[in-house]
Design a protein around this ligand. Structure first.
Ligand SMILES: O=c1[nH]cnc2c1ncn2[C@@H]1O[C@H](CO)[C@@H](O)[C@H]1O
Ligand SMILES: [Zn+2]
Length: 437
């Protein structure tokens, strides 16, 4: 693979050979011989090959339940409930339809005033339509946990808006309980398949609606019963987070946790409000924080007051690269602000947002970053530890996940080269690091 020597995009930090050199000197000498052969690339103990990325422990903080259904499940559930408005009825075609429809904003030219996100969100009408019964919610939640675990995710916080699942007569409580039971079932199935995962729910309130306090209270009621926090989502333009101040103030009084979608379709004012008026613990996306970071011709970097605050306070950024490309919040993987934000040591996390609409997985998101910025397993471990530090479960549990699951997992992957070499493996990989791409 080529990413070892590739440079970051315009806003990223160049990765020199020295920076990406293997940590063990002897390995470098052995592998250097491989690199000299035409058509091969240097593989170090920390090289993030597609296969290693899938096996690496991963943490996911920003993923929508109604944005991650299996295409075949959408079709089966639509059949079961008599929903006739699906644009395609064959799983492959339906998957492609979702990706294409969510992708269209990226193809629009110029600054569209937040319309990119609005068009992206239209696709959720179909998934929400088939998630209106207890059985459907249970199934979608169970499959979500199973799919993430199969992709090597060990901890996930999955969000959804209970108010969008009441059309067939369920109560808010019944929705939450069905999803929680589905997650528990998915965790059990994953374990039976040899994969360990823990899943917590985040309850989302829709920012254009007026139920945020009610949903915040619901999140608080279920906080020790599978719900770990709260969020607001939906169209950003015209719906500032301060519309929902009463919900955030309530949660703060209850010592509860919340994240806010901000700085995706809208820029710095939205991020500033989410932090300084609403008191968000994390930023959903926050990618437009880049507007407050100035890189001079000579490479010196100057942070504005807001960007400084975010970095100094270690505010986690829930970045979702593919989703950002689709909504037009970033121009390409190579020029995604994550390159610069990671180099400047912001509390960067990497997420999927909507696996169905973005046709992605955690492994694919990592793969895109490896291809774009030459990230190694060390970078991916750093990101994963960042995510785990930023999770909403108690500190001792986060620490155990970091020390007993994440670090040993990456150490094991990096140690493998020792024994592969002894067995005569060439250690050479080629092509893209993006799994399944
Ligand atoms: O990237 C996003 N930005 C804002 N809202 C989103 C995004 N992805 C999904 N949703 C919205 O969140 C609801 C609950 O899961 C979804 O129905 C969708 O409308
Ligand atoms: Zn989102």
């Amino acid at each position: 693979m080529q990413s070892e020597n590739r440079h970051a995009g315009e806003t990223g930090t160049p990765h020199t050979a020295a920076e990406t050199a293997p940590r063990a000197g002897a390995g470098a000498a052995v592998r250097a011989a491989d690199a000299a052969r035409p058509g091969t690339a240097l593989v170090t103990p920390a090289t993030a090959t597609a296969e290693r990325i899938v096996r690496a422990p991963k943490v996911l903080l920003h993923d929508h339940l109604d944005g991650g259904l299996r295409p075949s499940t959408v079709i089966e559930l639509a059949d079961a409930v008599g929903y006739r408005d699906l644009p395609e009825t064959e799983p492959g075609k339906l998957a492609e339809w979702f990706r294409e429809a969510a992708d269209s904003p990226a193809k629009a030219q110029g600054d569209d005033g937040g319309k990119g996100l609005e068009r992206y969100l239209e696709t959720f009408a179909h998934t929400c339509a088939v998630m209106q019964t207890r059985d459907a919610l249970f199934r979608v939640a169970a499959e979500c946990a199973e799919d993430l675990a199969a992709d090597g995710v060990v901890y996930a916080e999955i969000r959804y808006a209970p108010e969008q699942h009441l059309e067939a007569g369920l109560s808010l409580e019944e929705v939450v309980e069905a999803v929680n039971e589905g997650f528990r079932e998915g965790e059990r199935r994953a374990l039976a398949a040899g994969n360990r995962i823990r899943v917590g729910a985040l309850l989302t309130a829709m920012r254009h609606a007026a139920r945020s306090l009610e949903i915040a209270e619901l999140a608080n009621r279920y906080r020790d019963l599978g719900v770990v926090g709260f969020d607001i989502a939906g169209a950003e333009a015209g719906f500032p987070p301060t519309r929902h101040l009463d919900a955030f103030e309530y949660l703060k009084r209850e010592n509860n946790h919340f994240t806010i979608h901000a700085g995706e379709a809208f820029g710095l004012p939205s991020i500033w409000q989410a932090l300084q008026w609403c008191g968000a613990d994390r930023l959903g996306h926050g990618v437009r924080l880049i507007d407050d970071i100035h890189v001079a011709e000579d490479g010196t970097v100057k942070l504005g007051r807001l960007a400084s605050y975010v970095r100094d306070k270690r505010v986690p950024l829930e970045l979702c690269p593919t989703s950002n490309l689709q909504t037009g919040a970033a121009p390409s993987y190579e020029r995604h602000p994550i390159g610069l934000l990671r180099a400047l040591h912001f509390r960067v996390t990497v997420n999927t947002d909507n696996r169905l609409m973005s046709a992605t997985t955690m492994s694919r998101e990592f793969g895109h970053l490896v291809d774009a910025f030459g990230y190694t397993l060390d970078d991916l471990e750093w990101i994963t530890v960042n995510s785990m530090k930023s999770a909403f479960i108690p500190f001792d549990e986060r620490l155990a996940m970091i020390n007993d699951v994440i670090k040993p997992g990456y150490a094991e992957l990096k140690a493998e080269w020792l024994f592969q070499h002894a067995a005569g493996s060439s250690g050479v990989a080629s092509g893209s690091a993006t799994p399944g791409a």
